[in-house]
Design a protein around this ligand. Structure first.
Ligand SMILES: Nc1ncnc2c1ncn2[C@@H]1O[C@H](COP(=O)(O)OP(=O)(O)OP(=O)(O)O)[C@@H](O)[C@H]1O
Ligand SMILES: [Mg+2]
Length: 344
């Protein structure tokens, strides 16, 4: 059940994005559906290779060959993005959706100074003069904690460190004042203090503009701090989603439980546990529930039957046979501590 008072900005329905490689078809995003709401930050989490970035690229239609969006719908503010022309999509990317890419250096244009690149975004939005755009660019560079922004505005991306390029990307994305901000690991590689300031800036901008933000991260601590909702992906599927408070208190999918147990140290005396096993090979996914080979609760139905996404609480859904009642077992956090190998 969805909260009625919330205002949907983006709706993804049954999205399928596949990569047609020589070894076979990689189903990077497999029937993913979710909603993003105005004024809210939604965390997208999952281990490496779970399909987080490809989901974001699919929203923007930036999936490169051999990848292809094979099915699904993406609606932004009532606009059907899947039926947009190339030119319409360019306009959406410039004005309605901004993205902070996971690899900022690759996403910046090496031929223009960073001041010019941020300024161009402002000019596109405001139609202002070049000198006003430059002033705004310098203000934004200061806001993302770039020291001496007057001088650094004249630098080319290759003259800046990776962390600095990341902050330039954040400045560019926020300058566009988008309806939707997609931030793909926007603070990885930044010092903790700068990270906190950048997160604060993203939060303030999203809230004051009433936009929506999809925040992709490995860091559940950041999700707990920043996000209202969280979507958990595993092997190209959404396995659980819902309000952050609800999911942290009552995670229903064993994978989410494992992620939480491996991130948050509830009791200082207890070591942090890890999820046993590794992410499956995308070309050789297991049958049934994709998580079953690593799941401490797996039983027979999990091996041959893929669970549906089912209601697990208010605005909370999970894809697990435990939720459907196929497996009747009380899930205890303790089980993870007993079964999972420990990090010394
Ligand atoms: N160009 C490509 N060719 C083939 N497979 C690809 C390509 N790009 C992505 N994939 C596959 O798609 C799947 C999802 O990748 P994606 O980049 O979305 O993962 P992610 O969740 O963002 O991981 P990370 O946390 O490491 O950024 C992976 O199995 C990956 O190998
Ligand atoms: Mg990624």
């Amino acid at each position: 059940m969805r909260d009625q008072h919330l205002d949907t900005l983006l709706e993804i329905k049954e999205l399928h994005t596949y990569f047609y490689t020589y070894e076979g078809v990689v189903k990077a995003v497999n029937s993913v559906s979710y909603l993003l709401y105005r004024g809210e930050i939604t965390g997208l989490v999952g281990e490496s290779g779970s399909g987080k970035s490809v989901t974001a690229q699919s929203i923007l239609q930036l999936v490169k060959a051999p990848g292809k969006i094979v099915d699904g719908e993406v609606w932004l503010d009532g606009q059907d993005l899947m039926s947009c022309s190339h030119a319409e999509m360019q306009a959406v990317r410039g004005r309605k959706i901004s993205m902070i890419f996971q690899e900022p250096r690759a996403a910046l244009n090496p031929l223009f100074t960073v001041g010019d690149q941020i300024g161009r975004v402002v000019q596109l939005r405001e139609g202002c003069s070049r000198s006003d755009a430059r002033k705004h660019a310098i203000e934004m560079m200061r806001a993302v904690e770039i020291a001496d922004p007057q001088r650094r505005a004249n630098a080319y991306p290759h003259e800046l460190s990776g962390g600095m390029c990341q902050r330039v990307m954040v400045a560019m994305a926020l300058s566009a004042n988008p309806l939707l901000l997609i931030a793909d690991e926007p603070t990885t590689g930044l010092d903790v203090t700068v990270q906190a300031q950048v997160l604060d800036l993203i939060r303030t901008r999203v809230k004051s503009a009433g936009s929506a933000c999809l925040f992709i991260t490995h860091d559940l601590g950041v999700v707990a701090e920043l996000c209202e909702r969280v979507i958990v992906m595993y092997a190209g599927r959404v396995v659980e989603q819902g309000p952050v408070a609800e999911i942290f208190q009552n995670p229903r999918h064993p994978y989410t439980q494992g992620l939480i147990a491996s991130t948050l140290r509830v009791d200082i005396d207890k070591p942090i546990s890890t999820i046993p096993g590794t992410v499956p090979d995308a070309l050789r996914l297991p049958t049934g529930c994709k998580f079953h080979p690593r799941c401490p609760y797996a039983e027979e139905p999990c091996q041959y039957e893929e669970p549906e996404m089912l209601e697990a609480g208010h605005g909370h859904t999970a894809r697990c046979h435990i939720v459907s009642g196929r497996i009747e077992r009380e899930m205890q956090e303790e089980a993870w501590a007993l079964q999972a190998p420990r990090v010394e």
